[in-house]
Design a protein around this ligand. Structure first.
Ligand code: FAS
Ligand code: PHB
Length: 424
């Protein structure tokens, strides 16, 4: 039991909640699951689920979040680091924008490095908005704080989540929580349970179409309490593979090196990581790299993935439950945000004006932006990584693309417009 909201959720009479009295139990009679009622059931308490819950709450729409992990586990994840203005605006709309506005780092450009040299993409020269460097962990922390402040209903540690009657106007979610079978009756289900969740698979295989590209490498990430090597991010294409220099604050750095899929984080000592990172950066940076002990080290596989459609009956998929991008373009969290924006709009139109059109077009609207983000993330990954089967010609194409980017303003504008975030 994680205490707090869970206890309140199961015991407190929340708005629109009807916890029906349980009949006297006969010795052999099975116990009926405890019933909870809401308007929107949200599967998954990551950034998608938490942000959607907050936005709907602000519109007077009741939600219950079902999260498989504990709050501590959710907050221990180190993931995205770059926010588009669209996500920051959504956080402000949700009422959780104070900290990101004061603590987030505004970045007007980024560095691309190759052949022991580098050039800068100046976002402000092409588009009128910066990106904000602010860790996904902090976004999640801000959303949890707002959830607590409104005594929002979230169940942590749920198991055996199954979705039912999605093709009716009275769907429900069955799950177990602290050894008790529960049933969550609702009007809509938001599948915000990530790539390995259960929601996507609730769309019948005859309806679902999946598109996937798995990359033959991963990213080994390291978090260190050291000052960043540069004030902006550095994306490096080196003959030894890709490297990325990022950060969370002026005293907390986040670094990545491309690695083989058969490697483990444990097999990399800190010194081995720092040596490899130095080898992949131009001398101008490797000579001033400040190293220190790793606070966290992990390997993430890379894939491009899209599920179509992103809705079926009363089920709507958001974020990683519906699509995955390689993190090269910093789009995973940001494309989850645009899904949440469209679904929030659709559900508000439904509840406030009885408008069925917006929610009916959710998947079409979300996918139109998702595929553009998939393309950019695939392009950045193809441009900056070394592929095991790359020919000499392929390497020449990468260099020509980098040289063209370096010289051509229109090419730089295209990268800038995609990186800072396409319009919703
Ligand atoms: P999430 O996966 O964050 O959240 C889903 C939630 O659902 C989780 O809390 C999970 O516990 C819960 N859940 C799963 N199954 C459930 C079930 N059956 N019942 C109840 N709950 C269930 N993006 C970037 O932009 N930059 C990065 O550097 C980056 N690095 C990443 C590294 C890793 C290892 C991973 C996995 C992703 C990374 N991403 C990155 C992408 C990441 O930031 C996601 O895009 C973002 O977390 C999406 O948020 P959600 O859609 O909420 O999914
Ligand atoms: C990060 O800081 O974790 C980060 C930044 C940019 C990316 C990917 C990850 O493209």
């Amino acid at each position: 039991m994680t205490g707090g909201a869970d206890e309140r959720a199961s015991a407190r009479e929340a708005p629109k909640t009807k916890t029906r009295a349980q009949p006297e139990r006969q010795p052999c009679e099975p116990v009926a699951p405890m019933k909870v009622l809401t308007q929107v059931a949200i599967i998954g308490g990551g950034p998608s689920g938490l942000l959607l819950s907050q936005l709907l709450h602000n519109a007077g729409i009741d939600t219950v979040i079902l999260e498989r992990q504990s709050r501590v586990h959710v907050l221990s994840r180190i993931r995205a680091g770059v926010l588009e203005q669209g996500l920051v605006a959504l956080m402000e709309e949700a009422g959780v924008g104070d900290r990101v506005r004061t603590e987030g780092l505004l970045h007007d450009g980024t560095i691309l490095a190759y052949d022991n040299d580098q050039f800068r993409i100046d976002f402000s020269a092409h588009v009128d908005q910066p990106v904000v460097v602010y860790g996904q962990t902090e976004v999640t922390r801000d959303l949890y704080a707002s959830l607590d402040a409104r005594a929002g209903r979230i169940f942590h540690g749920v198991e055996d989540v199954t979705l039912h009657d999605l093709d009716s106007d009275a769907p429900f979610v069955a799950f177990s929580h602290e050894g008790q079978e529960k049933r969550l009756d609702c009007e809509f289900v938001a599948g915000c349970d990530g790539f390995h969740g259960v929601s996507r698979k609730a769309i019948p295989p005859s309806v679902r179409r999946e598109y996937e590209k798995v990359y033959p490498f991963g990213w080994l990430g390291l978090l260190s309490e050291t000052p960043p090597v540069h004030e902006e991010l550095i994306y490096a294409n080196s003959e030894r593979g890709f490297a990325l220099c990022s950060m969370r604050s002026p005293t907390l750095s986040r670094y990545y090196v491309q690695c083989n899929l058969d490697e483990t984080a444990e097999s990399w000592s800190d010194d081995a990581f720092w040596d490899e990172l130095r080898r992949r950066l131009p001398d101008a940076y490797s000579e001033c790299l400040q190293t220190g002990p790793s606070v966290e080290k992990s390997i993430a596989p890379l894939r491009s993935f899209v599920c179509e459609p992103m809705q079926w009956g009363r089920l709507f998929l958001c974020g990683d439950a519906a699509h995955i991008v390689p993190p090269t373009g910093a789009k995973g969290l940001n494309s989850a945000a645009s899904d949440v924006h469209y679904l929030n709009q659709g559900l508000r139109a439904w509840y406030s004006e009885g408008d069925r059109e917006a929610i009916a077009r959710y998947s079409e609207r979300a996918l139109a932006r998702v595929w553009k983000v998939e393309r950019f993330s695939w392009w950045m990954t193809s441009l900056l990584h070394r592929f095991p089967d790359q020919s000499e010609f392929d390497l020449k194409m990468q260099r020509a693309e980098l040289a063209f980017l370096r010289e051509d303003s229109a090419a730089q504008e295209a990268l800038a417009r995609n990186y800072v975030g396409l319009p919703y």
